[in-house]
Design a protein around this ligand. Structure first.
Ligand SMILES: *Cc1c(COP(=O)(O)O)cnc(C)c1O
Length: 508
């Protein structure tokens, strides 16, 4: 991919001149320069008062702040145009597997904007924040009820942050029991990348557990690797192959017998909420992604929240703060229990409000139906595509996501990446690709429960048409895709490894 000197990729090189515009515009989308490249420095949209006399700055001189000179409409249009280039769940289906991109009900947004929640300051006296504390207490109650666990730490700010919280609790519990020598965490090969990363961050060494042919934890390999050095296992359930770990109770028993704790990655709780309580399965700690299961905006749309539910054994090691009820008011216990705190204040209040509003508007029956519909939709997609694509685990139903491998592309010259890019030309955001790593050329589709049958049909028809084109030898359609997006194939590895985060003005 050729790059402009400012580090942005060049515009699409269309095959035919008639397909390029004269200006770089595309439809009604303009080629968007960086904010710093527009306007120039000589005009400004605001009047700033003169600063204090330079003499007051103890010898330091005041330079220009190098803000781009833009009027208000120029700034507004720039950001609105940028927003049009970003895919969003409010635009269309967003089938990223494991990410649970579901509709965010507007009622939740309305509740989060209530001044009594939105305008609170975390340092306000608790006598003035009783309503917010009560909401956090009710949210904690329902998270404990839904999971069958006795305690919850609300403060972690994302799924990965919740994993960190859970492992720090586990480490503190082992140390308190004189078991600080346990230095290993077992993680299945299909695990989300955050699991081994979190374990390594806490200082544990990571050992992989093998997977069976039907995509589950290999119990004999687990039993062989459990020993006096193992602090915990981290297992996602339903796992990242979209399958329920059938032997989860046995996994818990083996783990506990070896003196280790069972950390469950609960990011996929949306598949079982209201149906199964992880506490009944022997789980000791599990994060819940409020931004997935309980539908708070994420993926560029807002911050996450990853509360961690804890078993009786780990509850004493929960990080502060937590809510306590005094004789006539709620209060916050701010004392450190063991390893410290996860963040400065109490976590993501706005996400708590949205998640609680989501719970109340669904009710117990509605939440159960969320799980049922999420699983139904994924199985519908699996069933509609299985004759043209190859499901990674054809036997039996899946949970909330349908996983395909790339065996069906053999001999077509088309790869998973090409196929995903061609989906963009058809107006669909690609699914998760090449994850989980245990499945070759993986394509992981999570439709979520908020898509209608009509939308699922439109999606499946597009994928069926593309599959037909791939098998009919139309490799060209895929190799250069996307042809119709504002930008063509980007060097995603370079972008991730060497992101250009600063703009340097061109030499005068
Ligand atoms: C999303 C996800 C995570 C990480 O959650 P973040 O909020 O992105 O940190 C961890 N595990 C699984 C299985 C996930 O799907």
């Amino acid at each position: 991919m050729s790059m402009l000197n400012v580090g942005r990729p060049t515009r699409p090189e269309a095959a035919e001149p008639a397909q390029t515009s004269l200006t770089g515009g595309r439809g009604l989308l303009q080629d968007e320069p960086l904010l710093f490249e527009v306007g120039g420095w000589d005009k400004t949209g605001v009047d700033l008062p003169d600063g204090p006399d330079a003499d007051d700055l103890a010898g330091l001189t005041r330079d220009g702040v190098d803000l781009p000179g833009l009027s208000e409409p120029e700034a507004v249009r720039h950001y609105v145009r940028l927003s049009q280039k970003n895919h969003a769940i409010d635009l269309a289906l967003y089938p990223l597997g494991s990410c649970t991109m579901k509709h965010n009900p507007r009622l939740n947004e309305k509740m989060a904007r209530l001044a009594g929640f939105a305008d609170l300051h975390p340092l306000q006296p608790v006598s003035t924040t009783q309503g917010a504390l009560q909401l956090m207490d009710r949210l904690a109650h329902w998270l404990k009820t839904l999971t069958g666990m006795p305690a919850v730490a609300l403060s972690p700010k994302a799924g990965a942050h919740g994993e960190l919280c859970g492992l720090l609790c586990i480490k503190a519990a082992h140390e308190a029991a004189g078991q600080g020598h346990r230095r290993t965490v077992l993680v299945p090969t299909s695990a989300h990348g955050t699991n081994p990363a979190t374990a390594a961050f806490v200082g544990y060494s990571v050992t992989e557990i093998a997977q069976t042919d039907d995509g589950r934890v290999d119990l004999s390999d687990l039993a062989a690797k459990l020993g006096p050095d193992v602090a915990a296992i981290m297992v996602t359930n339903p796992n990242t192959c979209g399958l329920f770990e059938r032997d989860v109770i046995e996994i818990a028993r083996l783990t506990h017998d070896a003196g280790a704790y069972f950390y469950c990655d609960g990011a996929n709780f949306n598949a079982i909420v209201g149906k199964v309580r992880p506490g009944d399965l022997g789980v000791d700690a599990m994060h819940i992604n409020l931004h997935k299961t309980f539908s708070t905006p994420h993926g560029g749309g807002g911050p996450g929240a990853g509360p961690v539910v804890l078993s009786q054994a780990l509850a004493p090691f929960a990080p502060a703060p937590w809510i306590v009820s005094g004789p006539d008011a709620l209060g916050l216990q701010e004392q450190d229990a063991g390893f410290g705190r996860m963040c400065a204040f109490h976590g993501q209040m706005g996400m708590f409000v949205r998640a609680y509003a989501y719970m109340l508007s669904h009710g117990a029956d509605g939440l159960r139906q969320v799980a049922e519909d999420a699983v139904l939709n994924a199985n519908y997609v699996k069933a509609r595509l299985s004759d043209v694509m190859s499901p990674a685990f054809p036997e039996g139903p899946c949970m909330h996501e349908a996983l395909f491998d790339d065996a069906w592309l053999d001999g077509t010259g088309v790869t998973t990446l090409d196929f995903a890019k061609a989906m963009i030309d058809e107006g669909f955001h690609p699914m998760t690709m090449y994850f989980p790593l245990v499945v070759h050329g993986a394509m992981l589709i999570e439709p979520t429960e908020t898509e209608s049958k009509a939308e699922l049909d439109r999606f499946c028809e597009a994928l069926r048409a593309l599959a037909g084109a791939a098998k009919a030898g139309e490799a060209e359609r895929f190799k250069g895709a996307p042809f119709l997006a504002p930008l063509r194939r980007l060097d995603e590895t370079l972008a991730a490894r060497k992101p250009k985060l600063a703009w340097t003005p061109p030499a005068e």
